[in-house]
Ligand binder design. Sequence first.
Ligand code: NAP
Ligand code: ZN
Ligand code: ZN
Length: 352
Amino acid sequence: MQTKAFAVQSATTPFAHTTIARRAPGPKDVAIEVLFCGVCHSDLHTARSEWPGTQYPCVPGHEIIGKVTAVGAQVKKFKPGQTVGVGCLVDSCRTCCSCEEYLEQYCDGPVGFTGTYNGPVGGGTNTHGGYSAAITVDEHFVLAINHAENDLAAAAPLLCAGITTWSPLKHWKAGPGKKVGVVGIGGLGHMGVKLSHALGAHTVAFTTSPDKIADAKALGADEVVVSKNEDEMAKHINSFDLILNTVAASHNLDAFSTLLKRDGTMVVVGVPASPHPSPAVFNLIIKRRSIAGSVIGGIAETQEMLDFCAKHGITSDIEVIAMQDIETAYARMLKSDVKYRFVIDMATLKNG
Ligand code: NAP
Ligand code: ZN
Ligand code: ZN
């Protein structure tokens, strides 16, 4: 099936209309019309080759909400007309220990998990993401969406920004009695604040943008710290159980690791194009602190997060854009000027 899409042909060329091939649904596949697609900073890193390995043409997008148009004969969970989501992964080996533990994002198979875009599909080709009119996905990697119809655009960012913050918050047991910091109030960070607050943790937002203070409180932060202010930072020394660092740029990790209490953990989820300066080992050994990493989340925990958000009325704070505005959106993302996630209305893909 030929499908309309928006693609870049190289790291330096702008996005433009293109046509891509989508497979006709096999027995276990779900064919989906894409209604909305969130814009993740990873889309920008990939499209612009800020990370190694981008294959062109590149069609990013892994915060997909759509309607099922057709299902294969063996599909049990979904039927045509249903609202569904697709996040960051569309395949994995299904047999390794990680896959058996429902942690497909840590698949130990020969190629690891298959990303929704820029993932290997054999024959030198790669997967294409949600900046497109339609996508075909194995039902195992399709999520049920129970948000109200008028919340669907705002639910799209849960598929990456939501699960990428939910998974470490749950793994490191954010909840009542815990002090949790969220660094960087962008797409991931604003969801981190909402989810940490909803899980009952005392939540502190760290931002480099003083104009985000009021918003961060409205999102659920109990306290907001402008991280460039050393006096404000010093008040929080040795006090955090968990810090979720979502910053998309290289920065000094020591400024935050020193805020962890004994046995505290800073989970780094941001993946900047150039590495952070090496963290000071002394800061880690002196209080048995950890710096850890975490990548997106498994399909089961993504469904758990989506159901939690639907039940508690949690969505992302979004600015809906037309597909043709994607270059402007990327430029604003690089200036930390996103309030707090761009979501593409895919109906605009039909425009010239
Ligand atoms: P985003 O919307 O651009 O937000 C990043 C935020 O980081 C900005 O809004 C800004 O917040 C802060 N920031 C930016 N530049 C900074 C700098 N030079 N110094 C300090 N703070 C800075 O990006 P996102 O979509 O949330 O993604 C964040 C990162 O996570 C990206 O690297 C992305 O690729 C990565 N990511 C990782 C995973 C995973 O599985 N681990 C999943 C998705 C995305 P303030 O204005 O509040 O300072
Ligand atoms: Zn993402
Ligand atoms: Zn596996």
